[in-house]
Design a protein around this ligand. Sequence first.
Ligand SMILES: *[C@@H]1O[C@H](CO)[C@@H](O)[C@H](O)[C@H]1NC(C)=O
Ligand SMILES: *[C@@H]1O[C@H](CO)[C@@H](O)[C@H](O)[C@H]1NC(C)=O
Ligand SMILES: *[C@@H]1O[C@H](CO)[C@@H](O)[C@H](O)[C@H]1NC(C)=O
Length: 408
Amino acid sequence: MMALQLLLRLTFLGLSITSPLVHAEGFQGPEAVWPSLFNLPQKVQRIQIPNNGSAPLLVDVEVFVSNVFNVDILRYTVSSMLLLKLSWLDTRLAWNNSAQPQHAVTLPWDSLWTPRLTILEALWVDWRDQSPQARVDQDGHVKLNLALTTETNCDFELLHFPRDQSNCSLSFYALSNTVMELEFQAHAVNEIVSVKREYVVYDLKTQVPPQQVVPCFKVTLSLKNTALKSIIALLVPAEALLLADVCGGLLPLWTIERIAYKVTLLLSYLVFHSSLVDALPSSSSCNPLLIYFFTILLLLFFLSTVETVLLAGLLAKGSLGAKSSPSPALRGEHREHGNSGPHPEEPPRGVKGSQRSWPETADRIFFVVYVSGVLCCQFIFAGIWMWAACKSDPAPGEAAPHGRRPRP
Ligand SMILES: *[C@@H]1O[C@H](CO)[C@@H](O)[C@H](O)[C@H]1NC(C)=O
Ligand SMILES: *[C@@H]1O[C@H](CO)[C@@H](O)[C@H](O)[C@H]1NC(C)=O
Ligand SMILES: *[C@@H]1O[C@H](CO)[C@@H](O)[C@H](O)[C@H]1NC(C)=O
């Protein structure tokens, strides 16, 4: 980018009459500085990085984070608005106060050296002002403000979704300079006024990573999910369905409504489950615990429905068998007793008496086991939730990130 600009500048220098230029010796006002091939070396000199002897030039950066307006966990992106206030000292731009009484001048940014920043994680960056103006003080202090909106990639830690916390970083690199020439000194200010968000920024840090070839600084946003919507939309319906399913076990086994009830619950849970799976991202490691929990609930629903269908089937078969097996004498007696055999809604033989048929006993036992299983499952899940911690696998590029000296 900078090289291209330099090239353009060199090409059109003879014709360019647009920008007022500052001479290295002193500021002389726009009328005195028509560029000519004679001051080409000075001009090129001026858009070189200011020299600070053997030490790198120190560029002070203040990062104001004014908004984090979108956090997309499905695409792993964060959109934010930042203002960067850069300042450094370029003594070539200083002028003699007694000759020129101005305290400061404003210059187009491409008429002097400015750091070119690239955000490593950005999918796109929108620099709000395409040609910002730099303010130069009489002693050569340059101040440049850059406002930008950007969407950056972030590896969210979603193990504890919807109570997840993640650190997202924005790494600013000055790719056209080396660490011998330039060094950043960064601090961040949280200026977010809007709190009506699902994800809130609870901490903000800056850091200058050591041992880089390219000068860089890193802004880290710590994001926290406020979770209320997900709890209302996910946990409450799932628990309500589970409770309804447990209560369904209290319906008598021979009624046809029990199967209808269980199957309806299973179907509604399946709909819920598929929308849940759509709402959560998948990842190579540290998938949300909630996905496992809801899948176990799905298995529980399935188990209880299958149990109902099987035992109701066995019970119906048992009562049919009981009807057909007795001796002709008994059968005749039965025919006298009730004309068309047992009504489907009526309890079959054996229930009226003191002793139950074995499918019903099995159903009682299953009910107790199921309730305790459901309770255990909840407690085990709560325990895992409290203690589980997940360390993502290191990324393949982490051993030698961008800008770091390759290992020998
Ligand atoms: C030059 O380097 C020194 C030592 O790192 C630093 O204190 C000083 O601020 C630098 N000057 C400029 C103009 O960056
Ligand atoms: C500024 O200019 C005045 C006269 O124009 C001169 O006396 C003075 O030495 C200059 N100061 C510097 C720092 O060059
Ligand atoms: C985020 O960074 C802070 C320190 O800056 C650290 O204490 C915390 O554990 C980090 N959180 C995650 C989820 O990595």
